[in-house]
Design a protein around this ligand. Structure first.
Ligand code: TYD
Ligand code: MG
Length: 454
């Protein structure tokens, strides 16, 4: 007789405790522990026979076939994955409900089926008819895409073993349950166990598996974070409901670089790849208005021109407000202090708001110079010439430090009509080609303000 053990598990980090706690001692989240049940004696499932046994092998006997990549037909996705889908890999695509995960995967699978044949789309959320309606909207119709509406992991693995598809989607992992556990689908233990079993299945069969995970704020459903350490690749599909752009971001990738992004636009007939994101992000830029600067930023391997806006105004209450969207809050505070001390600007009694246009989030240090310039521009109420762009890291003593790939940034800027680059002096010497732009090398913050405002 299997015994059922009750315990409490944290929804954010997976910490388990025999008793309920108001705050997780591991990750510090409040009210995140929920009751879980587990059978202490697990039955031998039929799954084991499907998964097969692994044999020890020597490194040299392993052929290069493992790790072969297949193109999905969507360039933005291929790049984020590190050049295509790797055989036997498990890719988790997380995102808010309704952001477009199912749409992206249906389009991906249409591309994959053209490339390599039969693919299996398992949905625990939608019936085949509902998926058909979406596919009509996306103009996808193929015999090679096989739909399965199922939530039992054992049944899914069974069907997949029989069909031997070239790729599998499980949409979403939170709806799937394994019969070995008694807890409800969507709980931490179910989600983890199912993902681990699908991982094993993918590795033994060499079939890539895509998992969809809804990001949930709280409640009894475990989010994709509890799976991040299990799967090979974690992608987050982000975007603002109000905007049509969607950004696919790599958080973890065992087969490629992280911090790559793919940019899409949600249209009436599905997701479109954005080939020229710099143009898109600068489309509605106000010209000759103070508090707006363009930065040549680098996301992974791709340069991206983005506008950084700021508003500096007199504080009406005692403590000045500082708000940032898209850039690090502490970084902005640090740069404000540098501006005060090294460039003599008075910002102590000012509210400062900084925003990256288009819902982007930029973490690389080259954006520092943009933040400095936009704040100074707003404070002095002097617009920055719209043909100027900046990039460079700012140090605490006001010095401007060199950044990587200056040439790639200048090239991108020249493509969309910029004329002058204000950049670290340390970078200017190494540039072989300036793509017809005037390059201004600067050493410190004061130089920067002089170059930009005169
Ligand atoms: P969906 O892929 O169902 O989101 P998720 O799987 O992440 O929950 O996409 C849902 C949204 O996308 C929905 O609000 C409608 C919109 N949409 C379009 O705007 N155009 C389209 O062609 C499709 C299929 C969906
Ligand atoms: Mg969906």
């Amino acid at each position: 007789m299997p015994k059922i053990k009750t315990f409490f598990q944290c929804q954010t980090c997976g910490y388990t405790s025999p008793k309920w706690l108001g705050r997780c001692p591991d990750c510090g989240a409040w009210n995140s522990l929920v009751e879980e049940k587990k059978e202490t004696v697990t039955r031998h499932s039929s799954l084991v026979s499907h998964l097969g046994k692994a044999e020890p092998r020597s490194l040299s006997s392993i052929t290069g076939e493992y790790g072969q990549r297949t193109s999905t037909g969507i360039k933005e996705l291929d790049r984020v994955l590190g050049g295509g889908v790797v055989a036997g890999s498990v890719v988790l695509i997380g995102g808010d409900p309704g952001i477009g995960k199912s749409t992206l995967l249906l389009q991906t699978f249409s591309g994959l089926s053209k490339e390599c044949g039969k693919v299996l789309y398992v949905s625990g959320e939608e019936s085949p008819e509902q998926i058909k309606i979406r596919s009509e909207r996306l103009s996808i119709n193929s015999e090679e895409i096989v739909l399965l509406s199922e939530t039992s992991l054992e049944a899914i693995v069974n069907a997949a073993s029989k069909l031997a598809p070239k790729a599998i989607v499980v949409d979403s992992i939170q709806t799937v349950y394994t019969e070995e556990l008694v807890s409800a689908p969507g709980s931490v233990s179910q989600v983890r166990d199912c993902a681990a079993k699908l991982m094993l299945f993918a590795k033994r069969s060499d079939i890539p598996v895509f998992l969809v995970g809804h990001v949930t704020k709280e409640g009894a459903i475990a989010g994709p974070r509890v799976l991040e350490h299990i799967v090979d690749t974690v992608l987050y599909f982000e975007g603002d409901r109000g905007h049509s752009y969607r950004i696919l971001r790599t958080v973890k990738n065992r087969f490629g670089s992280t911090n790559e992004i793919g940019i899409f636009e949600m249209s009436d007939s599905g997701l479109l790849e954005v080939e020229n994101p710099s143009e898109l992000f600068l489309l509605e830029r106000p010209l000759n208005v103070s508090g707006s600067t363009v930065v040549a930023s680098l996301e992974g391997t791709r340069p991206l021109m983005v506008e950084i806006q700021s508003l500096v105004s007199q504080t009406n209450f005692g403590v000045p407000r500082r708000t940032t969207i898209g850039v690090d809050f502490n970084r902005v505070n640090l740069l404000v202090a540098v501006l005060e001390k090294r460039a003599g600007l008075y910002l102590g009694g000012m509210d400062i708001f900084v925003n990256v246009v288009g819902g982007l989030r930029i973490i690389e240090p080259a954006v520092d110079l943009g933040i400095i310039t936009t704040i100074a521009s707003s404070l002095k109420d002097i617009p920055v010439d719209p043909k100027i762009f900046v990039f460079g890291e700012v140090g605490l003593s006001g010095e401007i430090r060199a950044v990587t790939q200056a040439e790639a940034r200048i090239k991108e800027a020249s493509k969309i009509g910029f004329k002058r680059a204000v950049m670290p002096l340390g970078n200017t010497g190494k540039i072989k080609n300036n793509f017809g732009l005037e390059v201004i090398g600067i050493k410190n913050v004061e130089d920067c303000l002089e170059a930009v405002f005169t």
